[in-house]
Design a protein. Structure first.
Length: 328
Protein backbone atom coordinates (compact mmCIF):
# COMPACT_ATOMS: atom_id res chain seq x y z
CA UNK A 1 0.00 0.00 0.00
CA UNK A 2 1.21 3.53 -0.77
CA UNK A 3 -0.03 7.16 -0.77
CA UNK A 4 0.28 9.03 -4.07
CA UNK A 5 -0.04 12.56 -2.53
CA UNK A 6 1.22 12.28 1.06
CA UNK A 7 1.54 16.09 1.46
CA UNK A 8 -2.19 16.22 2.24
CA UNK A 9 -1.40 14.59 5.56
CA UNK A 10 -0.45 18.10 6.74
CA UNK A 11 -4.21 18.71 6.92
CA UNK A 12 -4.14 16.62 10.07
CA UNK A 13 -2.50 19.62 11.78
CA UNK A 14 -5.90 21.37 11.53
CA UNK A 15 -7.18 18.90 14.12
CA UNK A 16 -5.41 20.93 16.82
CA UNK A 17 -7.28 24.25 16.36
CA UNK A 18 -10.55 22.44 15.55
CA UNK A 19 -10.35 20.41 18.75
CA UNK A 20 -9.23 23.43 20.81
CA UNK A 21 -11.99 25.77 19.58
CA UNK A 22 -14.60 23.03 19.88
CA UNK A 23 -13.73 22.44 23.53
CA UNK A 24 -13.89 26.16 24.38
CA UNK A 25 -17.16 26.84 22.62
CA UNK A 26 -19.92 27.44 25.19
CA UNK A 27 -23.66 27.97 25.19
CA UNK A 28 -25.36 31.14 24.08
CA UNK A 29 -27.46 31.87 27.22
CA UNK A 30 -25.85 34.67 29.25
CA UNK A 31 -26.25 35.30 32.97
CA UNK A 32 -25.83 38.62 34.81
CA UNK A 33 -23.53 36.96 37.34
CA UNK A 34 -21.86 33.55 37.61
CA UNK A 35 -20.27 34.09 41.03
CA UNK A 36 -22.50 31.53 42.70
CA UNK A 37 -21.76 28.97 40.05
CA UNK A 38 -18.06 29.26 40.82
CA UNK A 39 -18.62 27.81 44.28
CA UNK A 40 -20.35 24.69 42.93
CA UNK A 41 -18.33 21.47 42.97
CA UNK A 42 -17.06 20.51 39.54
CA UNK A 43 -18.21 17.15 38.29
CA UNK A 44 -16.41 15.70 35.33
CA UNK A 45 -18.96 14.05 33.16
CA UNK A 46 -19.40 13.24 29.52
CA UNK A 47 -21.10 15.94 27.47
CA UNK A 48 -23.10 14.39 24.60
CA UNK A 49 -22.28 17.41 22.45
CA UNK A 50 -18.63 16.31 22.49
CA UNK A 51 -19.64 13.60 20.05
CA UNK A 52 -20.06 16.30 17.40
CA UNK A 53 -16.49 17.45 17.99
CA UNK A 54 -15.18 13.90 17.75
CA UNK A 55 -17.11 13.36 14.53
CA UNK A 56 -15.71 16.60 13.11
CA UNK A 57 -12.12 15.56 13.90
CA UNK A 58 -12.57 12.07 12.48
CA UNK A 59 -14.13 13.57 9.34
CA UNK A 60 -11.12 15.82 8.84
CA UNK A 61 -8.75 12.87 9.32
CA UNK A 62 -10.67 10.79 6.77
CA UNK A 63 -10.57 13.63 4.24
CA UNK A 64 -6.81 13.95 4.73
CA UNK A 65 -6.37 10.25 4.03
CA UNK A 66 -8.69 10.41 1.00
CA UNK A 67 -6.87 13.40 -0.53
CA UNK A 68 -3.54 11.58 -0.03
CA UNK A 69 -4.79 8.98 -2.53
CA UNK A 70 -4.11 5.66 -0.82
CA UNK A 71 -3.37 2.92 -3.33
CA UNK A 72 -2.98 -0.83 -3.05
CA UNK A 73 -0.88 -2.60 -5.65
CA UNK A 74 0.53 -5.92 -6.70
CA UNK A 75 3.70 -6.70 -8.59
CA UNK A 76 3.62 -8.79 -11.72
CA UNK A 77 6.87 -10.37 -12.87
CA UNK A 78 7.40 -11.36 -16.47
CA UNK A 79 10.29 -13.79 -16.90
CA UNK A 80 11.90 -14.18 -20.30
CA UNK A 81 14.10 -17.25 -20.16
CA UNK A 82 16.68 -18.67 -22.55
CA UNK A 83 16.56 -22.14 -21.10
CA UNK A 84 18.78 -25.17 -21.47
CA UNK A 85 17.32 -28.42 -22.80
CA UNK A 86 18.60 -31.30 -20.67
CA UNK A 87 18.06 -35.00 -21.25
CA UNK A 88 18.97 -37.31 -18.37
CA UNK A 89 20.15 -40.73 -19.62
CA UNK A 90 20.07 -43.23 -16.77
CA UNK A 91 21.45 -46.78 -16.61
CA UNK A 92 18.99 -49.20 -14.97
CA UNK A 93 20.95 -52.42 -15.51
CA UNK A 94 21.30 -54.98 -12.72
CA UNK A 95 24.63 -53.60 -11.51
CA UNK A 96 22.82 -50.45 -10.34
CA UNK A 97 21.60 -52.41 -7.31
CA UNK A 98 25.09 -52.11 -5.76
CA UNK A 99 24.88 -50.90 -2.13
CA UNK A 100 28.05 -48.81 -1.99
CA UNK A 101 26.15 -45.54 -1.42
CA UNK A 102 24.44 -44.28 1.72
CA UNK A 103 21.53 -41.97 2.53
CA UNK A 104 21.19 -40.88 6.16
CA UNK A 105 23.82 -43.45 7.09
CA UNK A 106 21.91 -46.40 5.59
CA UNK A 107 23.26 -48.46 2.65
CA UNK A 108 21.29 -47.50 -0.45
CA UNK A 109 21.34 -48.80 -4.00
CA UNK A 110 22.99 -46.75 -6.69
CA UNK A 111 19.70 -46.38 -8.54
CA UNK A 112 17.88 -44.95 -5.49
CA UNK A 113 20.68 -42.43 -4.91
CA UNK A 114 20.60 -41.38 -8.57
CA UNK A 115 16.82 -40.89 -8.39
CA UNK A 116 17.08 -38.75 -5.26
CA UNK A 117 19.94 -36.52 -6.45
CA UNK A 118 18.50 -36.16 -9.96
CA UNK A 119 15.13 -35.06 -8.50
CA UNK A 120 16.87 -32.30 -6.53
CA UNK A 121 18.69 -31.18 -9.69
CA UNK A 122 15.39 -31.04 -11.61
CA UNK A 123 13.71 -28.96 -8.90
CA UNK A 124 16.57 -26.44 -8.98
CA UNK A 125 16.08 -25.70 -12.69
CA UNK A 126 12.44 -24.56 -13.09
CA UNK A 127 13.12 -22.66 -16.33
CA UNK A 128 14.62 -25.58 -18.25
CA UNK A 129 13.01 -28.34 -20.25
CA UNK A 130 14.23 -31.67 -18.93
CA UNK A 131 13.53 -35.20 -20.14
CA UNK A 132 14.47 -38.74 -19.16
CA UNK A 133 15.91 -41.64 -21.17
CA UNK A 134 16.32 -45.11 -19.64
CA UNK A 135 18.84 -47.56 -20.99
CA UNK A 136 20.36 -50.95 -20.24
CA UNK A 137 20.11 -53.68 -22.88
CA UNK A 138 17.45 -51.54 -24.57
CA UNK A 139 16.99 -47.76 -24.56
CA UNK A 140 13.73 -45.82 -24.55
CA UNK A 141 12.33 -42.41 -23.61
CA UNK A 142 10.72 -42.50 -20.18
CA UNK A 143 9.68 -38.82 -20.37
CA UNK A 144 10.17 -36.34 -23.27
CA UNK A 145 11.51 -32.85 -22.70
CA UNK A 146 9.04 -30.96 -20.52
CA UNK A 147 8.64 -27.97 -18.22
CA UNK A 148 6.24 -29.98 -16.08
CA UNK A 149 8.87 -31.11 -13.61
CA UNK A 150 6.27 -32.64 -11.32
CA UNK A 151 5.34 -35.33 -13.84
CA UNK A 152 9.02 -35.79 -14.72
CA UNK A 153 9.92 -36.54 -11.10
CA UNK A 154 6.97 -38.92 -10.91
CA UNK A 155 8.36 -40.84 -13.91
CA UNK A 156 11.82 -40.75 -12.29
CA UNK A 157 10.48 -42.28 -9.08
CA UNK A 158 8.91 -45.15 -11.05
CA UNK A 159 12.25 -46.39 -12.38
CA UNK A 160 13.12 -49.96 -11.44
CA UNK A 161 16.17 -52.15 -11.80
CA UNK A 162 16.18 -54.24 -14.95
CA UNK A 163 13.24 -52.46 -16.58
CA UNK A 164 15.29 -52.16 -19.79
CA UNK A 165 17.25 -55.40 -19.43
CA UNK A 166 20.46 -56.41 -17.66
CA UNK A 167 23.22 -55.58 -20.16
CA UNK A 168 24.55 -52.08 -20.79
CA UNK A 169 24.16 -50.24 -24.12
CA UNK A 170 25.69 -46.83 -23.48
CA UNK A 171 25.73 -45.92 -27.18
CA UNK A 172 22.01 -46.68 -27.48
CA UNK A 173 21.25 -44.50 -24.46
CA UNK A 174 23.09 -41.55 -26.00
CA UNK A 175 21.52 -42.19 -29.40
CA UNK A 176 17.98 -42.20 -28.00
CA UNK A 177 18.63 -38.93 -26.17
CA UNK A 178 20.09 -37.37 -29.34
CA UNK A 179 17.02 -38.39 -31.32
CA UNK A 180 14.86 -36.43 -28.86
CA UNK A 181 17.00 -33.28 -29.10
CA UNK A 182 18.54 -33.06 -32.57
CA UNK A 183 15.74 -31.02 -34.21
CA UNK A 184 15.12 -28.69 -31.26
CA UNK A 185 16.30 -25.10 -31.35
CA UNK A 186 17.68 -24.13 -27.97
CA UNK A 187 20.48 -22.00 -26.59
CA UNK A 188 22.15 -25.10 -25.19
CA UNK A 189 21.44 -28.84 -25.44
CA UNK A 190 22.85 -31.19 -22.83
CA UNK A 191 22.78 -34.90 -22.08
CA UNK A 192 23.72 -36.08 -18.59
CA UNK A 193 24.70 -39.75 -18.91
CA UNK A 194 24.84 -41.84 -15.72
CA UNK A 195 26.18 -45.39 -15.75
CA UNK A 196 28.18 -47.80 -13.61
CA UNK A 197 29.19 -50.31 -16.26
CA UNK A 198 30.86 -51.08 -19.53
CA UNK A 199 29.21 -50.91 -22.94
CA UNK A 200 28.66 -54.58 -23.82
CA UNK A 201 25.68 -54.51 -26.19
CA UNK A 202 23.77 -52.21 -28.55
CA UNK A 203 24.01 -51.25 -32.19
CA UNK A 204 25.75 -47.90 -31.72
CA UNK A 205 29.29 -47.77 -30.27
CA UNK A 206 29.66 -45.05 -27.60
CA UNK A 207 32.37 -43.19 -29.52
CA UNK A 208 30.18 -42.97 -32.65
CA UNK A 209 27.24 -41.78 -30.55
CA UNK A 210 29.48 -39.08 -29.07
CA UNK A 211 30.52 -37.90 -32.54
CA UNK A 212 26.86 -37.77 -33.56
CA UNK A 213 26.02 -35.67 -30.48
CA UNK A 214 28.87 -33.28 -31.25
CA UNK A 215 27.59 -32.82 -34.83
CA UNK A 216 24.22 -31.66 -33.46
CA UNK A 217 25.83 -29.31 -30.92
CA UNK A 218 24.86 -31.49 -27.95
CA UNK A 219 27.20 -31.75 -24.96
CA UNK A 220 27.31 -35.06 -23.10
CA UNK A 221 28.31 -34.87 -19.44
CA UNK A 222 29.20 -38.36 -18.26
CA UNK A 223 29.02 -39.58 -14.67
CA UNK A 224 30.68 -42.81 -13.64
CA UNK A 225 28.78 -44.28 -10.69
CA UNK A 226 30.32 -46.50 -8.04
CA UNK A 227 33.00 -46.63 -5.40
CA UNK A 228 36.42 -48.06 -6.10
CA UNK A 229 37.06 -51.61 -4.96
CA UNK A 230 34.62 -54.40 -4.12
CA UNK A 231 30.92 -53.48 -4.12
CA UNK A 232 28.31 -55.16 -1.85
CA UNK A 233 25.20 -56.67 -3.48
CA UNK A 234 22.26 -58.15 -1.57
CA UNK A 235 21.29 -61.37 -3.35
CA UNK A 236 18.96 -64.29 -2.72
CA UNK A 237 20.67 -67.55 -1.77
CA UNK A 238 19.42 -70.95 -0.49
CA UNK A 239 20.22 -69.59 2.97
CA UNK A 240 18.25 -66.37 2.51
CA UNK A 241 19.44 -62.92 1.50
CA UNK A 242 23.17 -62.43 1.86
CA UNK A 243 25.76 -59.81 0.88
CA UNK A 244 28.01 -60.74 -2.03
CA UNK A 245 30.98 -58.54 -2.97
CA UNK A 246 31.94 -57.95 -6.59
CA UNK A 247 34.62 -55.83 -8.16
CA UNK A 248 33.46 -52.58 -9.80
CA UNK A 249 33.37 -52.75 -13.59
CA UNK A 250 33.43 -49.21 -14.98
CA UNK A 251 34.93 -48.10 -18.28
CA UNK A 252 36.15 -44.64 -17.28
CA UNK A 253 38.27 -44.19 -20.41
CA UNK A 254 35.22 -44.52 -22.64
CA UNK A 255 33.20 -42.06 -20.54
CA UNK A 256 36.05 -39.56 -20.57
CA UNK A 257 36.31 -39.84 -24.35
CA UNK A 258 32.56 -39.22 -24.78
CA UNK A 259 32.72 -36.06 -22.66
CA UNK A 260 35.87 -34.83 -24.40
CA UNK A 261 34.40 -35.34 -27.88
CA UNK A 262 31.32 -33.26 -27.04
CA UNK A 263 33.28 -30.54 -25.17
CA UNK A 264 31.78 -31.50 -21.82
CA UNK A 265 33.23 -33.08 -18.65
CA UNK A 266 33.51 -36.48 -17.01
CA UNK A 267 32.81 -37.00 -13.30
CA UNK A 268 33.23 -39.94 -10.94
CA UNK A 269 30.62 -40.33 -8.19
CA UNK A 270 31.99 -42.54 -5.42
CA UNK A 271 29.48 -41.56 -2.71
CA UNK A 272 26.25 -39.64 -2.24
CA UNK A 273 27.89 -36.31 -1.32
CA UNK A 274 30.17 -36.44 -4.34
CA UNK A 275 27.13 -37.16 -6.50
CA UNK A 276 25.43 -34.01 -5.20
CA UNK A 277 28.59 -31.98 -5.84
CA UNK A 278 28.70 -33.21 -9.44
CA UNK A 279 25.12 -32.12 -10.12
CA UNK A 280 25.85 -28.79 -8.45
CA UNK A 281 28.82 -28.30 -10.77
CA UNK A 282 26.77 -29.20 -13.86
CA UNK A 283 24.08 -26.80 -12.64
CA UNK A 284 26.73 -24.06 -12.46
CA UNK A 285 28.26 -24.88 -15.86
CA UNK A 286 24.91 -24.87 -17.67
CA UNK A 287 23.29 -21.74 -16.30
CA UNK A 288 19.99 -20.50 -17.66
CA UNK A 289 19.82 -16.83 -18.63
CA UNK A 290 16.63 -15.16 -17.43
CA UNK A 291 15.44 -11.56 -17.77
CA UNK A 292 12.85 -10.36 -15.29
CA UNK A 293 10.50 -7.41 -15.92
CA UNK A 294 8.36 -6.21 -13.05
CA UNK A 295 5.08 -4.34 -13.42
CA UNK A 296 3.00 -2.88 -10.61
CA UNK A 297 -0.76 -2.41 -10.81
CA UNK A 298 -2.40 -0.03 -8.32
CA UNK A 299 -6.05 0.48 -7.43
CA UNK A 300 -7.36 3.62 -5.73
CA UNK A 301 -8.61 3.29 -2.14
CA UNK A 302 -9.69 6.91 -1.53
CA UNK A 303 -13.36 5.88 -1.52
CA UNK A 304 -12.75 3.85 1.65
CA UNK A 305 -12.02 7.16 3.41
CA UNK A 306 -14.07 9.70 1.40
CA UNK A 307 -17.40 7.89 1.81
CA UNK A 308 -17.17 7.58 5.64
CA UNK A 309 -16.11 11.26 5.79
CA UNK A 310 -19.24 12.36 3.87
CA UNK A 311 -21.44 10.18 6.06
CA UNK A 312 -19.90 11.71 9.19
CA UNK A 313 -20.53 15.25 7.86
CA UNK A 314 -24.18 14.48 7.21
CA UNK A 315 -24.51 12.81 10.61
CA UNK A 316 -22.99 15.83 12.36
CA UNK A 317 -25.36 18.21 10.55
CA UNK A 318 -28.42 16.11 11.39
CA UNK A 319 -27.46 15.59 15.05
CA UNK A 320 -26.47 19.26 15.43
CA UNK A 321 -29.95 20.37 14.32
CA UNK A 322 -31.92 17.73 16.18
CA UNK A 323 -30.67 15.75 19.19
CA UNK A 324 -27.75 18.03 20.04
CA UNK A 325 -29.26 21.31 18.89
CA UNK A 326 -27.99 24.49 20.58
CA UNK A 327 -30.39 26.72 22.41
CA UNK A 328 -30.25 30.16 20.76
Amino acid sequence: MRFSDPLYFFLLLLLIPVFWLGRRQGGRIRYSSVDRLKHLKSRARFNPRHMLLVMRCVTLAFFAFALSRPQAGKKISEITSEGVDIMLALDTSGSMQGLDFKIDGKPTSRLDVVKKVAAEFIQNRPGDRIGLVVFAEEAFTQCPLTLDHGILIEFLNRLELGMAGDATAIGSGIGTAINRMKDIKAKSKVIVLMTDGVNNTGRIPPDKAAELAESFGIKVYTIGIGSKGDVPFLVNTPFGKQYVYQKADLDEDSLKQIAQTTKAKYFRATDTERFKEIYSEIDHLEKTEAKVKEYTEYRELFAWFAVPALLLILSELVLGQTLFRKIP
